[in-house]
Write a protein that binds this ligand. Structure first.
Ligand code: X5A
Ligand code: ZN
Length: 679
């Protein structure tokens, strides 16, 4: 299993710059690169990465995607004077040539290929390449939108050829539509292209009809092009997360890529003059963390846009930090996608229903109410909503953003504590099966346990025997609460009692919101902590009106025999609820008669590490070594689990999730993915 994060940067790529006046192109400055790299140094991230040198991409490699005519034109600009450069640049929509542009673009291509090689050879697990000029607007025969060669598309084609890959996922979170990448792969089912982009009903550049949600790919490539157009500015963290939960992640896990490439533009972040969006640097940590769960962690992030220097560089740092395996920061602010975002999400889910099993039971009856898209357009234009309308145009807003980012920087700890995992080990025999990085802690002293229990938990712990079993859980929990470790794992012969004590102990310690996910049969010990605990109970038997509390949710789920069908529950329900709640500690307990396999539990744990700054206490009742080992691995984060074969959920299960969603989306707003019900 590969570890380590590659970082690729070459100062030479700062020599490409605009030589004349052009208000459209003047935001694509060399400082975008140097500033980002300085910030990485400042957070001591560069020294934690494996620094891989860039190289020039060869002509042959560029021809994997581009025409020889295009290559020759680009090559010919090396010796031109300013006047000639200006003339050639004028042949394209938003592009400028400098005498060094050709050389820089070849290094940008080569940097991407070096990154692919580093990851595919197992030298590192993942990595990022900081490059200029960017690539995703560039087409077979044309430069476009600051892009000369399509770095990411070339990387994908190269990975297919050199490593024989059959499934590559490209995630384009730049705020512009990578129409170049879409054109290159639209007939290719082996490359799944996902892009969200500012669209505003085709008002926003590049203003193409084919950037809309109904461009799903062509011929054999139908279904492998996913466009999520944003029809308003001001989209924020919850809109981006909702897009991942309800569109990208279900499809991506079904696709099961062998490699993930990111067209990583940060003009979708707060403060950017192009994007006018509101997502904070933290959200990129989450997006990165989600994608790290795919393709066994093989993730190559390649820079595209991003024009607000501070926002760009902070977001780059959050991305690299996350690639390195640091805890994921907690998102702040209200977690609710806006109506316009939900509309877009619903549309793209409907458009892709024929191509993806995870969407096959999607309700598309709403389409009949909208005769055409122009009808929709009219509706929106004559009926402007006030939310999300505020464009960041005035100085005051800009100053606010600057101040926000300044504060944000101070909040990043550095040097950063890596994830530490604590465990108590019952037997010597099991110790060597756990990851080496686990910190073995001593059980809490019995007298201390007794004192604690008699003072606070006597009502929960009735028997001396259970009292004895609390020592290991309390020792691990204590290390988490006092921030000596990030997460931990404890065995317990009586999980439900251990969990009840753990929950009350955490709340007493001062945690405001604790998320508890219980897998298997358990006795629900009602909590009096009112709102400070949210329980999701995954079990086979229907828990009949256990409590009427909105903080107890019973998810009646038994994993299918055919393979892993748990994805739909995780993305369609558990994660949206968990992110809506914004817990500051997660407790996961696995009791007897669990209705999920080890794969499902690993998936859940990997994803839950994105919450509560990765603080997780895992309590395992069953001492089955395989389970312990998988849980420990997922907590340490040194292995992304293999989730087993994808199995589509049955209609019955999809309905179950939908009912829960309709029932709870007023409370837990990240569940919303259609505008028909309840809004
Ligand atoms: C890579 C990128 C944007 C071009 C905007 C032209 N290009 N108006 O962000
Ligand atoms: Zn962009």
């Amino acid at each position: 299993m590969a570890s380590g994060t590659a970082l690729i940067y070459d100062e030479e790529m700062t020599s490409h710059r605009l030589l004349w006046n052009d208000p459209i192109c003047d935001i694509e400055v060399p400082e975008r690169l140097s500033f980002s790299y300085e910030q990485l140094k400042c957070y001591h991230l560069v020294e934690r990465c494996v620094c891989v040198p860039a190289r020039e991409g060869s002509e042959e490699e560029i021809l994997l995607v581009h025409s020889s005519e295009h290559l020759e034109v680009a090559k010919s600009t090396q010796t031109m004077n300013e006047e000639e450069l200006k003339r050639v640049s004028g042949n394209y929509d938003a592009f400028f040539f400098h005498p060094s542009t050709y050389r820089c673009a070849r290094i940008a291509v080569g940097a991407g290929l070096q990154l692919v090689d580093s990851v595919m050879s197992g030298k590192v697990c993942n990595g990022m390449a900081l490059v200029r000029p960017p690539g995703h607007h560039s087409q077979r025969n044309a430069a476009n939108g600051f892009c000369l060669f399509n770095n990411v598309a070339i990387a994908a084609e190269y990975a297919k050829r050199k490593y024989g890959l059959q499934r590559i996922l490209i995630v384009d979170w730049d705020v512009h539509h990578g129409q170049g990448t879409q054109y290159i792969f639209e007939e290719d089912p082996s490359v799944l292209y996902f892009s969200w982009h500012r669209y505003e009903h085709q008002e926003f550049w590049p203003s193409l009809k084919e950037s809309d949600y109904d461009a799903v790919g062509l011929g054999r490539g139908k279904g492998s092009n996913i466009n999520l157009p944003w029809n308003k500015v001001g989209m924020g963290n919850s809109d981006y997360l909702a897009a991942f939960f309800h569109v990208l992640l279900p499809v991506a896990f079904e696709f099961d890529p062998e490699l993930v490439l990111v067209s990583s533009g940060y003009d979708s972040g707060i403060g950017d003059p192009e994007g006018q969006m509101n997502a904070t640097p933290d959200v990129f940590a989450h997006l990165t963390h989600f994608l790290m769960q795919l393709a066994n962690g093989k993730l190559c992030v390649i820079l595209e846009g991003g024009y607000h220097l501070k926002s760009l560089s902070e977001s780059v740092c959050m991305t690299v930090k996350t690639l390195l395996g640091d805890p994921v920061p907690q998102i702040t602010g209200e977690m609710a996608p806006c109506l316009s975002a939900i509309e877009s999400i619903q549309n793209v889910r409907a458009a892709h229903k024929p191509y993806w099993k995870c969407l096959m039971y999607e309700d598309t009856s709403f389409l009949q109410n909208l005769s055409t898209k122009s009808h929709l357009l009219e509706k929106v234009n004559t009926n402007p909503s006030t939310e999300h309308e505020s464009k960041i145009t005035n100085k005051d807003e800009m100053v606010k953003v600057e101040r926000f980012l300044e504060l944000h920087m101070k909040n990043i700890l550095f040097p950063v504590p890596p994830i530490k995992t604590a465990a108590t080990i019952e037997s010597e025999a099991s110790a060597h099966l756990l990851p080496l990085s686990i910190r073995v802690v001593k059980e809490m002293d019995m007298n201390e346990v007794k004192a604690l229990v008699s003072a606070f938990y006597a009502d929960l712990v009735k028997e001396d025997e259970t009292l004895l079993s609390l020592g290991s859980m309390l020792a691990v929990l204590d290390k988490i609460l006092t921030k000596q470790v990030c997460n931990g794992i404890a065995e317990s012969p009586t999980a439900s009692v251990s969990v009840a004590v753990a929950l009350r102990h955490s709340v007493r310690f001062g945690f405001q919101r604790v998320l508890c996910i219980f897998v298997g049969d358990m006795e629900i010990i009602p909590n009096t902590e009112d709102g400070r605990i949210l329980m999701i109970h995954i079990c086979e038997k229907q828990q009949s009106e256990k409590t009427n509390s909105k903080h107890y949710i019973s998810l009646n789920w038994k994993e299918g025999a055919e393979g892993n069908d748990f994805f739909s529950a995780v993305f369609g329900f558990i994660l949206p609820v968990a992110y809506s709640y914004q817990a500051n500690l997660t407790v996961i307990a696995v009791g007897p008669n669990r209705s999920l396999g080890i794969n499902g539990i690993s998936l859940l744990l990997g994803l839950l590490r994105g919450l509560a700054e990765s603080r997780i206490l895992a309590v395992i009742e069953n001492t089955e070594m395989n389970l312990m080992q998988s849980v420990a691995k997922a907590l340490v984060g040194d292995s992304t689990p293999d989730f087993g074969v994808y199995a589509p959920p049955t209609q019955e299960k999809v309905r179950k999730i939908k009912i829960l969603r309709d029932q709870l989306q007023q409370e837990w707003k990240m569940l919303q993915c259609s505008v028909k019900n309840g809004i």
